[in-house]
Design a protein around this ligand. Sequence first.
Ligand SMILES: [Zn+2]
Length: 380
Amino acid sequence: MPFSDFVGNPEVVQRLREMLARDHFPHAVILAGAQGSGKYTLALMLARAMNCLERPTNDRPTTGGSMDATRTGGLPDFCGRCSNCTRMGLAQDLDARFAEAVEARENLRETDKKETRIFVQTHPDLLVIPPDPPQMMIKVDQVRHVIQRIYYRPAEARESVYVFTTSAFMKEAANSLLKVLEEPPEFATIFLLTENPGELLPTIRSRSAIFTLSALGSAELESRLAKLRPDWNPRQRALVARLSEGAMGRSLSFDLEGYVAARGQALVILKSALGGSEHSDLFKTTETFRAGAEGRQKIEGLLRTLYLLLEDLMCLQSGAAHLVRNTDIQGELKKMSERADFAWVQRAAEGLGEVERGLRRNLLRSLSLDAFATALEPQG
Ligand SMILES: [Zn+2]
């Protein structure tokens, strides 16, 4: 999967590759962007481009003009087939590798468990540092492990690569990282991935080059999905593209079935609140929200969906139909918006806030949803 497969942000990718070509790649790079925007994918692509054994040509088009130079635009790329590319590529499925590492730790003796930190490593010179459970933060022992290794020359690669997949550092861990950034070795590159660079210490930011991956347009996402998710029909692809907020990764892993199910329930609740359906339908729906972790997840999904539907109703009322995200049920929403005026939508949003606060106080879920819907019904 060479750089031409990376979706969106061509200018950022080009600048990074140009720095590679000039051998001026920074020792620390912050890749910023929303969840699913491709930060991790891009970091792994760059790691492979640094270390590909076949190195699809580095020649500038003016000097080379070979087939390869045309294919890669004259900038460094990677073959995806050599032993460095293949093993580094195995780290791409981060969720799976992370789960394996966590499971391996679970199987250790209690005493070893405490001292073992989570890493993902599929190549001796590529170390991925994910947040360590259960706190899901980067811990100081993880950074210490990096410090122990980073001053040794890479074993099989030209450049060793370290990828921190989150900017949630424990305080001591952040301070340790800072020490590495003050004196980085020539042959190592550190990637820091973050949704919000502001979470990193200013002193870490000032020692790193920052690149931001911005959101893609819905149209671009939709056309990519047409190739990658042919099992979704055009209406489904349009819906997923709008709900993924311009993040390719999020759209690919979008749980369409789960979303549509939650939305069905959200619609029952909203319709009941608008006085358009029987209470029995409402109670049947809210009854399914039970206690426990699974119930909590389910109701969080429901609340997100309810907010999205309210936003869409708001868009329809203010004549901004092009901003509606639930495009596949626009007709149904239009009908609802005729009965729900601006003040009603606002009261509904406030009511949802109440439900959320109630959940934090552990109020019975079904009851607080019933109360939400009945309080909004038209009086008289
Ligand atoms: Zn290669």
